[in-house]
Design a protein around this ligand. Structure first.
Ligand code: GDP
Length: 482
């Protein structure tokens, strides 16, 4: 466990320079953003006349989320699906069409509630849960918070329009999250529909559909004419079977907040997707820095239910305050524990905000290195690259590819032409990546998102400089200074 000098100073309400001076006296040369270990931090704090109560994350968060289910206790659970694709390709239409034709228990004309997710029945009788917010913003926002809500992505591509920029973005988001894709070629009812062209265009994004000899499941649909929707559900069920999705229903619930709001009449309302266990009325829950006692559970038909098992979306009434989408939910033993956890998290959030404003936002390349993902024993250096022209973007990717070796390599999550957008930042921060701009700048919203998430944005106008920086960062990794 470590802490930066800035954070330590903030917590003691002391000046960082005084902390640095004390460390210097002990023969340690440190800068404001350097980290020190917990023991050193304790020594410094005591020397400055503070009493130290060490509350490690492991103490407070201990046992909230169990690592594993008992052997044999897990049973199959429905898949959770997010629909992604380019704007106007029919994501919303498809979600509505599926819902209208397949609601689980809705009688004809029954009132459906939009609670952020819903469940439908496939022709074979199995269940599928759809996240009702299409697009990759919500998907990535959740990943950014360390939550994985989606098992399968349905990629909608309009047959009359083909693969467009947001189609490519969606593919990259799904791949970065390691979530399998099912391709739904939509609007096949339209004149000028060219499903074949969609298939070949997808090849350029390394998505090879079955009819072209690949393994990606695909289906031609029409959301407006309600064509092949059952086929799509069958494919989802098939993909789910391949994934062998399971969860143990006989344990305290864990889940993820899909949506939350402050309702005038009902108070804070959070829609939660239960991921393991069973949520029951009276349970004491924590999500992010909010907690509550479950007063009522409401399903997507607006009906009160007494409990909710794995993959079922339900609204929870009874929170003290509204949590945030992407917050993970857990059931705790009692109110005291709920308060301890949420108070600790609130404090942590304040500290983080203070530390960020202290260093003027953004992460450092050193932090970026510590964010490395390890895959197959190799350390990967995640990057998002934007450039002014395709030629230079490709030259950069090739040069970076040459830098890699068995131990460490750059991994380009997304590369494209144009200014750095907020969406680039969300993707980067969800994966702990840095964003590199070549002859392009970041849009205002992107800069703000960068500050907010602590994502580093670097600008270059010479390819050599860019590659050299990454090389240096990588060799720093191979031969750590300490
Ligand atoms: P989204 O932006 O991806 O959510 O797209 P929408 O669902 O809002 O659809 C955009 C437009 O395409 C709307 O005018 C829809 O009526 C139309 N649309 C969606 N699906 C189909 C389809 O299967 N066939 C036809 N002809 N039009 C469709």
């Amino acid at each position: 466990e470590t802490i930066t000098i800035q954070e330590l100073a903030n917590r003691m309400a002391e000046r960082a320079v005084d902390v640095i001076r004390l460390l210097m006296k002990q023969g340690e040369m440190k800068k404001i953003n350097d980290v020190i270990d917990a023991d050193t931090a304790q020594l410094i704090a005591e020397e400055m006349g503070h009493t130290v109560r060490r509350v490690a994350e492991s103490d407070v968060e201990e046992g909230l989320f169990d690592a594993a289910d008992e052997e044999g206790a897990a049973v199959p659970r429905p898949p959770v699906v997010t629909i992604m694709g380019h704007v106007d390709h029919g994501k919303t239409s498809l979600l509505d069409a599926i819902r209208q034709t397949n609601v689980v228990s809705g009688e004809a004309g029954g009132i459906t509630q939009h609670i952020g997710a819903y469940q439908v029945k496939t022709p074979a009788g199995s269940l599928v849960t759809f996240i009702d917010t299409p697009g990759h913003e919500a998907f990535t926002a959740m990943r950014q918070r360390g939550a994985k809500a989606t098992d399968i992505v349905v990629l909608v591509v309009a047959a009359d329009d083909g693969v467009m920029p947001q189609t490519a973005e969606a593919i990259n988001h799904a791949k970065a999250a390691g979530v399998p894709i099912i391709v739904a070629i939509n609007k096949i009812d339209k004149q000028g529909a060219k499903p074949e062209r969609v298939r070949t265009e997808l090849l350029q994004h390394e998505l090879q559909v079955e009819s072209l000899g690949g393994e990606i499941l695909e289906v031609e649909v029409s959301a407006t004419k309600k064509l092949n929707l059952d086929k799509l559900l069958e494919l989802i069920a098939l993909q789910a079977e391949l994934l062998d999705l399971k969860a143990n229903p006989d344990r305290p619930a864990e889940g993820i907040v899909i949506e939350a709001k402050l309702d005038k009449g009902r108070g804070p309302v959070a829609t939660v997707l239960v991921q393991r266990g069973t949520l029951k009325g009276g349970d004491i829950v924590v999500a992010g820095s909010e907690w509550g006692r479950v007063r009522a559970l409401i399903d997507d038909q607006g009906k009160a239910v007494s409990e909710a098992g794995p993959s079922l979306p339900v609204e929870i009434l009874g929170f003290q305050g509204a949590p945030e989408a992407g917050d993970r939910l857990a059931v705790v033993e009692n109110e005291a524990r709920a308060r301890e956890v949420t108070e600790y998290r609130q404090r942590q959030r304040r500290d983080l905000a203070a530390a960020r404003s202290g260093r003027g936002g953004g992460g450092s390349i050193e932090q970026m290195m510590s964010n490395l993902k390890t895959a197959a024993g190799r350390q990967e250096f995640p990057l998002v690259i934007k450039g002014d022209v395709q030629g230079s973007v490709e030259a950069i990717i090739q040069a970076l590819a040459k830098l890699g070796n068995d131990e460490v390599a750059a991994r380009v999550l997304h590369a494209g032409v144009g200014g750095i957008t907020e969406s680039d930042i969300t993707l980067a921060s969800a994966s702990g990546a840095a964003v590199l701009g070549f002859n392009v700048r970041a849009l205002k919203e992107a800069r703000e998102a960068g500050d907010r998430t602590g994502t580093e944005i670097r600008y270059y106008n010479i390819i050599y400089d860019l590659v050299d920086d990454i090389r240096k960062a990588m060799s720093g990794l191979l031969a750590p200074e300490r």
